[in-house]
Design a binder for this molecule. Structure first.
Ligand code: GLN
Length: 457
């Protein structure tokens, strides 16, 4: 295959094996594309323009700008860190660099990963390559857009309440939110330490599994990282038999608050599995409706504590440089943790969180995986909902509970509505990433939606 036509890591590695091109040619091509598309998409905050030390068989990657990169500016998309250059790299960055991944730069996102639209960046909104007047989703906006636009073959990202799955679904890409603790968080700007998960986006399921093979596993620098053995996630992706697999369909994920066109797409997606012999089981996750309220107490509480370190004394600019959304979360968090209100807000939210965990535990007594939509609405125009925090928060209703329960979930392409991508999510029990990939690969093989590329103009 011609280098220009390559959209997957799998094909790239095949070409290297057959000596079709050199590492330098590959990196120059993708770096050139990244630079040419930047004015149209605003997907990068920092472009790597000094392409040196390219390893053999280099795989073009870029990092969400909350991943610390030694010697390279790491802004978290906030003015307060606009000149911050970390003296160390995140564990994930180190692991990928040791496996020939080569960085083309740092990607735009909502500042401190607060958001669902990619508009909360102090460096401007990231644009959706399928229609540049629309939001790209968030908070890992640049990560999804970099992959969708062919600027890189993989991007790292974080998912605290949906930030990998949401932009994955709006950009026709595959996004994994691994089990809490599966991938080290060391060196990634902390948002909500009890729900932050590190993952990545790619065009295909196999590519995603390939990258998780490199990033997952215990890290002595992150006490929450799991010592559980990492399987070969790329194994058996082609020949998985879905017959008898029990797929739970939560009635709450198909409510009247979800766009009916999205529901239709997800039903078509589920039908692929049904036709191949999977058993469809209607289930209930009754606490779904309390997820957003619970998450938006717990998250700001942890955010207010984590952002407390940015005092302008040790590093970073002045506190007046915080954007509106960070300030909102610091205020809400400080309030709900204060002595007079702690029981009424924070402690109560933790109790509801337990109930949400129970919902999933009960469901997995009956089913193997759960399927549903990712975001309840199609991407709005840039600027349309940016001033309405509640509307933004409600975009998270189908994603946050997965984080509150620490579960893994995979977002995979489920088709298009008026040429705009829609994703489906497959949610599993803890440490079921391999199963999620095997299940995701089935629809991918049948639909090949990933081959439908944006026409960027
Ligand atoms: N949209 C959610 C929020 O704003 C999720 C963010 C995330 O996953 N980083 O908190």
């Amino acid at each position: 295959m011609d280098l220009e036509k390559i959209i997957t890591i799998k094909d790239l590695l095949g070409g290297y094996k057959n000596k079709k091109y050199s590492s330098k040619e590959v990196i120059n091509l993708f770096a050139g594309r990244s630079k040419a598309l930047q004015p149209k998409l605003n997907h990068y905050i920092t472009l790597n323009e000094d392409l040196k030390n390219i390893p053999e068989q280099a795989i073009p990657i870029a990092y969400k700008d909350i991943f610390s990169t030694k010697g390279v500016k790491t802004t978290a998309a906030s003015k307060i860190l606009q000149n911050y250059v970390p003296p160390f790299s995140a564990t994930v960055v180190e692991r990928l660099e040791n496996n020939n991944f080569y960085s083309l730069g740092k990607l735009n996102c909502d500042a401190f990963a607060h958001g669902a639209s990619g508009e909360n960046s102090d460096f401007g909104a990231t644009k959706n390559p399928y229609d540049t007047s629309l939001i790209s989703g968030g908070s890992s906006s640049g990560s999804a857009v970099a992959v969708a636009s062919g600027s890189v073959l993989v991007a790292t990202a974080s998912d605290t309440g949906g930030s990998i799955r949401n932009p994955a679904s709006y950009n026709n890409t595959v996004g994994i939110k691994p089990t809490y603790g599966r991938v080290s968080r060391y060196g990634v700007t902390s948002m909500t330490s009890s729900t932050d998960s590190i993952g990545h986006l790619t065009k295909t399921v196999w590519d995603n599994a390939y990258v998780l093979n490199k990033t997952a596993g215990i890290d002595i620098k992150d006490a929450t990282s799991s010592s559980l053995i990492v399987p070969d996630y790329t194994k058996d992706l082609e020949n998985f038999d879905v017959k008898g697999l029990k797929i739970g369909i939560p009635e709450e994920y198909f409510s009247k608050d979800v766009d009916s066109k999205i529901i239709q797409k997800i039903e078509e997606f589920i039908a692929i599995y049904k036709n191949q012999g999977a058993v469809i089981v209607p289930i209930k996750l009754p606490n779904t409706e309390y997820g957003v309220a619970t998450y938006y107490i717990i998250t700001p509480s942890e955010v207010s504590s984590n952002l407390g370190r940015l005092t302008g004394v040790r590093y970073g600019g002045q506190r007046k440089d915080f954007g509106d959304e960070a300030v909102r979360r610091i205020m809400i968090g400080t309030y709900s943790l204060s002595s007079g209100y702690y029981d009424a807000y924070y402690a109560k939210a933790q109790r509801v969180r337990n109930a949400i965990v129970q919902d999933f535990t009960k469901a997995y007594e009956k089913v193997d995986v759960i399927m549903g939509p990712v975001v309840p609405i199609m991407p709005p125009k840039i600027g349309e909902i940016v001033d309405d925090p509640i509307k933004n928060y409600l975009m998270d209703v189908l994603t946050v509970n997965v984080n509150l329960a620490g579960l893994p979930a995979l977002s995979v392409p489920a088709g298009f509505i008026n040429n705009i991508p829609v994703g489906a999510q497959i949610i599993g029990p803890k440490f079921s990433e391999h199963l999620l990939y095997k299940v995701g690969a089935i629809a991918e093989k049948e639909t090949e939606y990933y081959k439908i590329l944006p026409n960027i103009n």
